[in-house]
Structures are given as structure tokens and as C-alpha cells.
Design a protein around this ligand. Structure first.
Ligand SMILES: NC(=O)c1ccc[n+]([C@@H]2O[C@H](COP(=O)([O-])OP(=O)(O)OC[C@H]3O[C@@H](n4cnc5c(N)ncnc54)[C@H](OP(=O)(O)O)[C@@H]3O)[C@@H](O)[C@H]2O)c1
Length: 490
């Protein structure tokens, strides 16, 4: 055991104002109203959470180094004797009391303030031997440390069940932090919980810039840049959970292992069959690209350019109606699948036939291109709306990011008008392909590290699916990488 400088009462000021301080990450389990403890103990028994805590705080990328955990004196005392000091980590205990002593020798230091602890860890020998610093509670310590500038990530086990607590922490400052990843909920000992990591994207608490009317263009993207650029400081097990990695891994797999095929456009593809991407975060980055629908030369010569025939929107709202061109009034004609989906979600949410189909075989010959994303099934459980979409043919470079974003948005919109929370988006792909001409730009994209997804806000006044206008959507914290050019294969 070592007692470090700054253990004097009220020593919460730097002894050396110019000394560097370590940044840190917080690990905590909290209820919805930010309860973390009861009667000096944890108010729940969640072995999976203890394992998560151990994995996050103990793992290092450099096996010669270890991590430090900073905790308040009461949290130290709440750890069962046989488990403290927490093994494999440097235990830093905060106390203002000169009389507090710890009868253990190794792996424990005592500090009189958070600042002195962070200065100590930034100085030799700890600056070299300690890889990451985690602040692990309890309430008093986190009231000071949770949203403070030195905190660059918060790993919170979100306890969704009601649990009685007497120790609380402040709410997260959402103007500075954005979600990085959130696990699916689990239930253990009747407690429902999930793991979520938030990362700091801004150093100040100034209101984050937001976007209305859709994604940013190059000209205004400067105004939404994050202050914080890199997130690779996160523990690897968390960094790699960002959902964009699912997309990037599939692209990499197709480029490395896909079968070479000729295709309709004559471009040539590398392709794989039967892929499933699964996501619970909805908004994916748009990769800075735009998709322009193209009229194809398949004999529809009398059609005006831009008239694609009875494609997606027509089938969703007027399935079965006779197609008379893009200017005709189809009011009341055919079957309105979208309204039917909404009606079922509201009035018969357990229905197993909540389906939106763009695949109408008798109309295929009238379409410029038969639907690629052709079939979506909606599913309601625990107040959440999920959507599984089947896509027969998927252009991984240009199409898929756009398709994911648009179905995610559709699911959010339908959930919004049905007073549900968006759940999961499951994307099932038949032929997933990379055009030969996209291999190089996608290799560039594979070098770019993911950033937190933006947050979508929908105008709460709008509850009718037909009433939305672009200004009803606000995208908060959208900070894309630079645009990567890819040519559309037509
Ligand atoms: N859910 C979770 O993830 C989680 C995590 C940790 C703890 N907990 C729970 O939280 C409860 C304990 O929290 P708590 O708020 O009562 O106590 P705490 O924050 O663990 O410890 C408070 C004590 O730490 C010292 N301290 C705090 N801030 C300090 C500072 N800036 N400088 C120097 N010393 C400082 C003081 O010790 P002295 O009085 O000795 O000066 C203070 O009395 C328990 O129920 C525990 O089980 C929950």
C-alpha cells in the first residue's frame, strides 16, 4: 500500500497546477433514474455485469501493462474482503480522511482528491505502467467525475427494471456524449439490463449542432464536426462492437472471398449469397454518397426519363392498381399496404403477417428495375417495433448504406406514429456484391474508423404517416468521414 501526496483534508486542488492529468473512462451500473447503490452495497446480483466489469477494466492491449481503477473509500469498503484489492489492476482509493488506512500491501494507493489521483497516474512510473484508467464509483466520486472534461467514455450497464436505491449519480450530459454501442437487453435474476457505451464527442457543453432536412452536404459539414476525432482509446472489446463493423467486415469478406460473377451492368462483381446483418442502432452513416435512380434501357422507351414504373412507393400504397404513369392520380386504387401495416401494429401487434411487399410478379415487366429491397416484416414486443427486410440483390458500396439508413428511418417513423420505441433492424441479403469498380474505394473506406452514429429526433406533434415533411426530422451529431467517390453501375 502506498499513500500518495494530496491526502490532506479538502485537498481537491492540484498541488502542481501545470501537471498533466490522465483522462479516464467511467464504468457503472445504473437504473433509469441513475440509482447505483443501496445500504452501502449493490442493489442487484448480476454475475454477467460483474464479468463485463472485470473484462473491461482488466483487459489491456499491452500484456506488460495493467489498468487502474479509481474508487471512493465507501466503494472500496463495499467490495467483499476476499475480492479486494481488485486483482490485476492498480486500485486507487480516494479518501479525505488522514486516518483511513488499508491493511493490504500491493496494488493499492490512496489519494486525497480526484485531481491528485489523475496527476499521480500521469506521472512516472504510472504513465508507463498503467494503460487505461477507469473510475468505478461510487456516487460521491461520480458526481464529480461523470461528466467532467477528463472523462472520455462512459460504460453504463443500464438497469431497466425498477430497483430501490439510496445512492445516485447525475444524468449523462448528452450534449457532450453520444452512444457508441448498445447490447441487446438480457434478463438475469429478474433484472432486465443492457450494456451501453457513450463516448465524448465534444469537449464543451455547448449545445451540439443539429441538422434538419436530412443529411449534411459537403458545404455545411464543417458545422457538425466532433471535437473528438478518434475513438480507438476504447477497450478493443467495445471498440469492435460498433455496428458499422458488421458492414465493414462483410465488405472485407466479399472482397477477400467473394465469387467472381458477370452481371446485368457488365461491370463484374465479387459476390456472396445469404448474408445477414443485424443491428439495433438504427442510423448508419451515409458514406457521403448519393444514389440516383437510373432509368434502364429494357424496352420501356415510351416512358419519360425518371418514370420508373410501378416500383416501391406504388406497390406499398397501391398494390394491384393498374399503372398509368407517374402523374396519374391513384387515390383509393389498389391496396394500401403501409396503412395496413400501421393499423395492424396499433390494433393487432402480435399478428405474424405485418408485411410490406414491393415484389409484385405481374408488374415486374413494367418496372425499370425489379425491387431489390423487396420484403419487410414488422414485429412488436415489449413496446418496441422491429423490422426485418429481405434484399434479393445488394450493391454493398453504394446501395446498402443507403438501404439500411432508409429502412431504419422507415422503422423509426412507423414506431413514432404507433407510439412504440424503435427496436432492431435485421437486414437479410440474398446476393451481396461489390462491383469491381468499387473495390478500391471500399478499400479506402475500410481504413476509416467508425464514429458514433447520429441521433434522430422526430417532431413529436406529427402522428400521421402522411403528414411528415423534411423539417420534422432532426439529425443530431452527424459527422461523416469525407466523401468517397464510387460510380453507379447501371
Ligand atoms: N452500481 C455501480 O456500478 C456502483 C459502483 C460503485 C459503487 N456503487 C455503490 O455506491 C455506494 C457507495 O457510493 P457512495 O457515494 O456512498 O461512496 P463513494 O463515492 O464510494 O465513497 C465516498 C467516499 O470517498 C471519498 N471521496 C469521495 N470523493 C472524494 C474526493 N473527491 N476526494 C477524496 N476523497 C473522496 C470520501 O471518503 P472519506 O469519507 O474517507 O474521506 C467519501 O466519503 C455503495 O452502495 C456501492 O455499492 C455502485
Amino acid at each position: 500500500m502506498a499513500r500518495e501526496n494530496g491526502t490532506l483534508p479538502n485537498a481537491n486542488v492540484s498541488l502542481h497546477p501545470d501537471s498533466p492529468q490522465r483522462t479516464y473512462q467511467v464504468v457503472v451500473a445504473a437504473t433509469r433514474n441513475m440509482g447505483i447503490g443501496k445500504d452501502g452495497k449493490l442493489p442487484w446480483r448480476l454475475p454477467s455485469d460483474l464479468k463485463f466489469f472485470k473484462d473491461v477494466t482488466m483487459t489491456t492491449s499491452d500484456l506488460a501493462r495493467k489498468n487502474a481503477v479509481i474508487m471512493g473509500r465507501k466503494t472500496w469498503e463495499s467490495i467483499p474482503l476476499e475480492h479486494r484489492p481488485l486483482p490485476g489492476r492498480l486500485n486507487v482509493v480516494l479518501t479525505r480522511s488522514g486516518s483511513f488506512d488499508i491493511a493490504t500491501a500491493e496494488n493499492v494507493v490512496i489519494c486525497g482528491s480526484m485531481i491528485s489521483a489523475l496527476e499521480l497516474l500521469a506521472a512516472s512510473p504510472y504513465c508507463l505502467s498503467i494503460e487505461k484508467v477507469f473510475v468505478i464509483g461510487g456516487g460521491q466520486v461520480l458526481r464529480e467525475a461523470l461528466n467532467a472534461p477528463g472523462c472520455n467514455a462512459i460504460h453504463v450497464t443500464e438497469i431497466e427494471s425498477d430497483v430501490d436505491c439510496d445512492t445516485f449519480i447525475p444524468a449523462l450530459d448528452i450534449s457532450s456524449f453520444q452512444p457508441w454501442y448498445s447490447s441487446l437487453p438480457s434478463v438475469e435474476n429478474n433484472i432486465r439490463y443492457c450494456f451501453t457505451t457513450y463516448v465524448r464527442v465534444r469537449n464543451s457543453t455547448v449545445e451540439p449542432p443539429s441538422l434538419t432536412n436530412g443529411p449534411t452536404s459537403d458545404s455545411n459539414s464543417d458545422v457538425v464536426k466532433f471535437d473528438v476525432k478518434k475513438f480507438s482509446f476504447l477497450p478493443k472489446m467495445i471498440f469492435e462492437k460498433h455496428e458499422e463493423h458488421m458492414y465493414l467486415r462483410l465488405v472485407q469478406d466479399i472482397i477477400s472471398n467473394g465469387a467472381y460473377k458477370d452481371d446485368r451492368t457488365g461491370t463484374g462483381t465479387l459476390s456472396k449469397f445469404g448474408c445477414q446483418c443485424f443491428g439495433e442502432e438504427f442510423l448508419k452513416s451515409f458514406c457521403g454518397s448519393s444514389v440516383v435512380p437510373q432509368m434502364l434501357s429494357i424496352g420501356l422507351v415510351d416512358r419519360e426519363e425518371g418514370d420508373l414504373g410501378p416500383v416501391y412507393g406504388f406497390q406499398w400504397r397501391h398494390f394491384g392498381a393498374r399503372y398509368n404513369g407517374m402523374y396519374a392520380d391513384y387515390t383509393g386504387q389498389g391496396f394500401d399496404q403501409l396503412l395496413d401495416v400501421i393499423e395492424k401494429i396499433k390494433n393487432n401487434p402480435d399478428d405474424r403477417r405485418i408485411i410490406l411487399s414491393a415484389w409484385n410478379p405481374s408488374d415486374l415487366k413494367l418496372m425499370a428495375l425489379p425491387p431489390c429491397h423487396m420484403f419487410a416484416q414488422f414485429y412488436v414486443a415489449k413496446g418496441e417495433l422491429s423490422c426485418q427486410m429481405y434484399q434479393r440483390s445488394a450493391d454493398m458500396g453504394l446501395g446498402v448504406p443507403f438501404n439500411v439508413a432508409s429502412y431504419a428511418l422507415l422503422t423509426c417513423m412507423v414506431a413514432h406514429v404507433c407510439d412504440l420505441v424503435p427496436g432492431d433492424f435485421i437486414h437479410v441479403i440474398g446476393d451481396a456484391h461489390v462491383y469491381r469498380t468499387h473495390v478500391r474505394p471500399l478499400q479506402d473506406q475500410l481504413q476509416k474508423l467508425p464514429k458514433p452514429f447520429p441521433i434522430l429526433k422526430i417532431n413529436p406533434q406529427k402522428k400521421d404517416i402522411d403528414s411528415f415533411v423534411a423539417a420534422d426530422f432532426e439529425l443530431i451529431g452527424y459527422d461523416p468521414h469525407q466523401k468517397i467517390e464510387m460510380k453507379m453501375a447501371v
